[in-house]
Design a protein around this ligand. Sequence first.
Ligand code: SF4
Length: 307
Amino acid sequence: MPIRLSTYLKNTYGEKVYRLSLASGCTCPNRDGKISYGGCTFCSEGGSGEFAAAVAPIDEQIKEAKAIIQKKTDAGKFIAYFQSYTNTYGDADRLKALYMEAINREEIVALSIGTRPDCLGPDIFSMLKELNEIKPVWIELGLQTIHEKTARRINRGYELPVFEDAYKKCKAAGLMVIVHVILGLPGESKEDMFETVKYLSNLTPQLDGIKLQNLQILKGTQMYHEYLQWKEQNQDKQPSEDMEFNIMSMEEYTDLVTECIKLLPEDTVVHRMTGDGPRKLLVEPLWVTDKKRVMNMLTKKTAGCFH
Ligand code: SF4
């Protein structure tokens, strides 16, 4: 059976560990023209990490992020969490200095780096290996789907073998790998989504962690425009599973996630089960803003799925 992130952290560090959302100042090659200018079609200008602080010295960012958490809790251990954009896309020496500043602090227990599998060159790998000797390094890869047709449709900008190669290299380097999957991408059936999760479950070496989230249509994205156009053309049709855009209800989504969790191997850590998009940009599905209700439903439905 898989394991919840909260349980994993408590077992590993003896107490609740909190994430500090930090910014590395990296951009994304799928946005700055190296791969494309448009970015992944679901990604908003904030680079898929809407809550990261503006780029300031790391020390300052950590202090500010900690202060917010410590207003409400007695938190003492933290993960330095770099999620927005592509946090290995840049000069390895600059990034090493920046990440070192974070992990050299006693209260930081791990470093979490969100990136693309095509941004892990040899110099970046040797930097990550070095950092991993000081504190555990988690690499978060935004795969979203294994299906090439969907990957092209969402302008992901790389093919599955690129992910496979990066995955193997990360594991060989001793890094923890967490893969992001989006459920409900346009044109994908439930079977397609299960295939993605099954593929990840069968990876060798075994997958360390997974983040599952529902597709969110955000204002200003390419997908938002596609969605509006599709909606106009399909306004008279009843929603159904085989439609191009199938915006799931909370019940449908939580059922789907439960089925996905059941497919995961022993001890894979589930880092996320639902999306956490910016309210001001969210167009669909609106139920995600009621995080408490979604989490309650997920907790109930997945009760027997974790150990
Ligand atoms: S790779 Fe990440 S940051 Fe870049 S466009 Fe895609 S989702 Fe956004």
